[in-house]
Design a protein around this ligand. Structure first.
Ligand code: GSH
Length: 208
């Protein structure tokens, strides 16, 4: 048995987890999820019925991780030899921007694509404030940093970078030069290329 079972659908946020698995050099077996016929094992692992999910098979038993950001962070911890963890000096940026991307950035992008408006005068009540505030703040970081943690690629870049990469691809974030340059740095990574090639081939298969 592989170390990890990975529930995914190639046209989903599962792409983030696959990239993380490849960056971590993890030994995994995939279970492809057809939305119209979900395997019972998916519901057993994640009552949300959503992907991605990883199940880590350890000597002490199985451990389930859902939520892309948690999957990224968990894999970096479990596969430390991959060198994707921050050092002490980088830890603040690592957590700060990973959580910023999983909270405010995700909410701002989804809210905009759903056409949801923050009622006037209520910006102070919502974590992302406004789409512009959140995206300008994120862009500011990549204007002065090559990666989340300065010049050092970490697992935080898989999650934060996926938000940027997807946002640029689907037009949900503006093609500001700092975002485009960051995405290009990530796209050049061998693990990114391998993971995307697998999902793109699966998408082609699904379309047949
Ligand atoms: N918060 C979750 C979101 C997962 C999610 O929404 N996955 C979508 C695909 S991108 C899904 O499984 N959709 C099928 C459904 O909700 O039935 C994460 O970050 O992993």
């Amino acid at each position: 048995m592989a170390d990890y079972t990975f529930f995914t659908n190639p046209m989903s946020r599962g792409q983030i987890a696959r990239w993380a698995l490849h960056e971590a050099g993890a030994d995994y077996e995939q279970v492809l999820v057809d939305w119209t016929n979900r395997p019972p094992a998916l519901a057993a692992a994640n009552p949300m019925g959503k992907v991605p999910v990883i199940v880590h098979h350890t000597a002490d038993g199985d451990r389930v991780v859902t939520e892309c950001a948690a999957i990224c962070a968990y894999l970096a911890e479990m596969e430390p030899e991959a060198g994707l963890l921050p050092n002490d000096a980088q830890m603040a940026d690592y957590y700060r921007w990973m959580f910023f991307a999983a909270g405010p950035v995700e909410q701002a992008i989804v809210g905009k694509s759903m056409g949801w408006e923050v009622p006037e005068g209520r910006e102070g009540m919502v974590g992302f404030g406004s789409f512009e505030r959140t995206l300008t703040t994120l862009e500011g970081h990549f204007t002065t940093h090559n990666y989340v943690c300065g010049d050092h690629f970490t697992m935080a870049d898989v999650y934060v970078g996926s938000q940027v990469d997807w946002g640029l691809t689907f037009g949900s974030i503006p093609p500001e030069p700092a975002f485009v340059a960051y995405a290009e740095r990530l796209q050049a990574r061998p693990a990114y290329k391998t993971a995307k090639a697998i999902d793109n081939a699966l998408i082609e298969e699904f379309r047949k």
